[in-house]
Design a protein around this ligand. Structure first.
Ligand code: ATP
Ligand code: MG
Length: 402
């Protein structure tokens, strides 16, 4: 079974549906938490209104009683049982006679100022709840009127905002966990890449130097077969270049000012001999042939090689590839590589850079992942699919600093 048939390897499509499931669950949790709390708020609000209505009733009843003690005093006694709902009792002139559970008013010592504060408070209470009018009467004789104003208890006020606070805290916590998780995953990926590359370069090194020595030896021993050994030497050189690439991936590569068209031309020359003759590759430079960019020659050659190889694959070996190198602005070079191949479907464009994504029988889906790493991590540049149309072709764009 190849890696691609292995269901555990195809993590990308699963990961995106997983994201939606997590999102759906969080929406359901948030919505139900808000609905539940708002029901709770409704219930408590109704209970508080009932409580105040009961005070009013008691007050009214007391006023019918013989030997009516000071009504306000009694109210105070009753309302004492309530130590949560802020209440103000005003007389028939609208002046506050008595208040309860308004700690701010307690803090104001000047009576005039306190009265002003309470009058403001009455306005606010009126917006929240309909005030209750109490008629004080004794044996059919009206003694006076009182108005009871009240507002939501602090508990209720807090409860109203509670789900939002709770959800924000959970969201912040979730974001932090996600960031840490993401960071550690990236760090782990980096370690794997760097470690694998270093190890590969290291392992290739020993047989390579021995191969090199052997070809030298045979070249001298068998001068008649020099041609063969020259060919062999070319392959050894290529192996050496591959080792250098891996060793560069495994360390912090040196960037140098290089002429970008030169590097690209070199790669194209090398590839042209090895790909189908029905593929033409042309290079265009703008505004001139001299376009400098800060790059690591061996790694950057790898980038161009990967993209051109993909282009050749996409065209099935027949078509044309156009490389356009431009100085787009001060300090910025762009390299556009266009092909006339089968293109990439819109919904796949995002995936082409992900490790393991391939549509080829013999592909590993690592070419573009590596390419992106080299361009972005090692050169501080950018690479993306500039445009692609199914059955028409694709353009990849690389942006490099100079
Ligand atoms: N120029 C292109 N035109 C159309 N599709 C492309 C092009 N370049 C890349 N792709 C798509 O992106 C996929 C991933 O490319 P990538 O180079 O990462 O892997 P690969 O070529 O499949 O395998 P390998 O690891 O051998 O390079 C390809 O399989 C192909 O479907
Ligand atoms: Mg490839």
């Amino acid at each position: 079974m190849s890696l691609k048939e292995d269901p555990t390897f195809n993590i990308y499509s699963e990961r995106s549906s997983f994201k939606w499931i997590v999102l759906a669950i969080s929406v359901v949790i948030s919505a139900s938490s808000i609905v539940y709390t708002s029901q709770l708020v409704q219930k408590i609000r109704a209970r508080e209104s009932k409580q105040i209505a009961l005070y009013a009733k008691t007050l009214e009843y007391l006023s019918h009683e013989e030997e009516l003690p000071n009504a306000v005093f009694i109210l105070e006694e009753i309302v004492d049982a309530n130590n949560t709902i802020p209440v103000i009792v005003a007389n028939e002139y609208g002046e506050p006679d008595f208040y309860k559970n308004i700690p701010k008013a307690d803090g104001i010592s000047d009576p005039a100022k306190r009265k002003e504060f309470l009058l403001n408070e009455i306005q606010e209470m009126r917006d929240q709840h309909e005030p209750i009018l109490v008629t004080l009467a004794d044996q059919g004789q009206i003694l006076g009127y009182l108005t009871i104003y009240y507002k939501n208890s602090q508990l209720l006020a807090q409860l109203k905002y509670y789900p939002y606070i709770q959800l924000s805290v959970i969201a912040i916590f979730g974001l932090i966990v996600f960031a840490v998780f993401n960071y550690s995953r990236t760090a782990e990926q980096n370690r794997v890449w760097v470690g694998m590359a270093k190890e590969t370069a290291h392992q290739l090194g020993t047989p390579l130097s021995s191969l090199l020595a052997w070809t030298e030896y045979f070249k001298e021993q068998f001068p008649d077969h020099r041609d063969v050994f020259l060919e062999l030497e070319k392959d050894v050189d290529r192996l050496e270049m591959i080792t250098e690439r891996f060793s560069n991936i495994g360390s912090v590569p040196q960037l140098r000012e290089e002429n970008v068209p030169d590097v690209v031309t070199e790669v194209v020359k090398y590839l042209q001999k090895r790909i189908s003759r029905k593929v033409s590759i042309e290079i265009e430079t703008f505004p001139s042939d001299d376009i400098l960019g800060a790059l690591n020659r061996s790694l950057f050659a790898w980038v161009i090689e990967n993209i051109i190889k993909n282009a050749v694959d996409a065209m099935g070996g027949v078509g044309s590839i156009h490389v356009k190198i431009m100085k787009v602005s001060e300090g910025m070079v762009s390299i556009d590589i266009s092909d006339t191949g089968k293109g990439i479907a819109k919904n796949r464009i995002k995936q082409v850079f992900e490790p393991g994504f391939t549509t080829k029988k013999r592909g590993w889906g690592l070419g573009l992942t590596l390419t992106k790493r080299i361009v972005e991590n090692y050169h501080g540049g950018k690479i993306f699919v500039k445009s692609s149309e199914v059955d028409k072709g694709t353009t990849f764009r690389i942006l490099l600093k100079t």
